[in-house]
Design a binder for this molecule. Structure first.
Ligand code: ATP
Ligand code: MG
Length: 210
C-alpha cells in the first residue's frame, strides 16, 4: 500500500484552522478517503496532558526553552503513536498545527532561533515532514475579532496579545517563502473562498500521486 498523505494547517490563533479542517475532512470523507484528524499539542493521552500544562494560564512563569521542549515531547509521541502508523496504512492525516508552529512561535516570536528548533523538530519527527501545509494568513486584529465572536476564554498562548501574534505571522510568512510544501491562503475571505483554494490544492496533489 502506498504511503498516505500528511496535511497540516498552520496560522495564528483564530485564523480559521478548525473551520477549514472540518470542511476538508468532510469533503475527503465524502469522496471515499479515510481521514485521521489530529491536533498539536495533544492527540495522544500523554500529549493531551502536556497540552494542558502548556495552555494553562497559571503557568505564566514557564521558561521559553521549557515550553519548546514540552511541545517537542508531545510531538515525539504523536508522530510515533499515531501519525506514522496512519500514513503507513495509506490514510490521509490532517493535523491542526505541526512543527511549523514551533518555528513561528518559539523560534521566531520567542526568539529562540531557527537552528535550535530545527534540531529538536528533527529529533521529535525522525525526519517526517508534511506533504502539504496550509498557512491561513490573516491580520491578527481581524483574527482577534473572530475569536471575540466565538467567545472563548484566552489560553496561555492566546493571551500574549496582537503584538506577539504579529511576530508569529511574520515567522510563518518566512516559512511560506522558504518551503514549497507551504501553501499560503488569504484567510480574510469567506469560509467558502478559503475552502475552495484548499480543496483545489488538495485535489491536485491527490491527482499527482494517483
Ligand atoms: N472565513 C471566515 N470568516 C469569518 N469568520 C470565520 C471564518 N472562518 C472561521 N471563522 C470564525 O472565526 C472563529 C475562529 O475560527 P477557528 O476556530 O476555525 O480558528 P482557529 O484557527 O482554529 O483558532 P484557534 O487557533 O484558536 O484554534 C470561529 O468563530 C469561526 O467560526
Ligand atoms: Mg482551532
Amino acid at each position: 500500500m502506498s504511503r498516505g498523505l500528511f496535511i497540516t494547517f498552520e496560522g495564528i490563533d483564530g485564523c480559521g484552522k478548525s473551520t477549514q479542517i472540518k470542511l476538508l475532512s468532510d469533503h475527503l470523507g465524502s469522496t471515499g478517503h479515510e481521514v485521521v484528524l489530529l491536533r498539536e499539542p495533544g492527540g495522544t493521552v500523554v500529549g493531551e496532558k502536556i497540552r494542558s500544562v502548556l495552555l494553562d494560564k497559571k503557568n505564566d512563569g514557564m521558561d521559553p526553552v521549557c515550553e519548546l521542549l514540552l511541545f517537542e515531547a508531545a510531538r515525539a509521541q504523536i508522530v510515533r503513536e499515531l501519525i506514522m502508523p496512519a500514513l503507513d496504512d495509506g490514510k490521509i492525516v490532517i493535523c491542526d498545527r505541526f512543527f511549523d508552529s514551533t518555528y513561528a512561535y518559539q523560534g521566531y516570536a520567542r526568539e529562540l532561533g531557527a537552528e535550535m528548533v530545527k534540531a529538536l523538530n528533527l529529533t521529535a519527527t525522525s525526519g517526517l515532514e508534511p506533504d502539504i501545509t496550509f498557512l491561513l494568513d490573516i491580520d491578527p486584529d481581524e483574527a482577534l475579532k473572530r475569536r471575540g465572536i466565538r467567545g472563548d476564554g484566552d489560553d496561555r498562548m492566546e493571551a500574549l496579545g496582537t503584538g506577539f501574534q504579529q511576530k508569529v505571522r511574520q515567522g510563518y510568512l518566512e516559512l511560506a517563502a522558504s518551503f514549497d510544501r507551504v501553501f499560503k491562503v488569504n484567510a480574510s475571505g469567506t469560509r467558502e473562498e478559503i475552502f475552495s483554494a484548499i480543496r483545489d490544492k488538495t485535489e491536485s496533489v491527490l491527482r499527482e500521486r494517483s
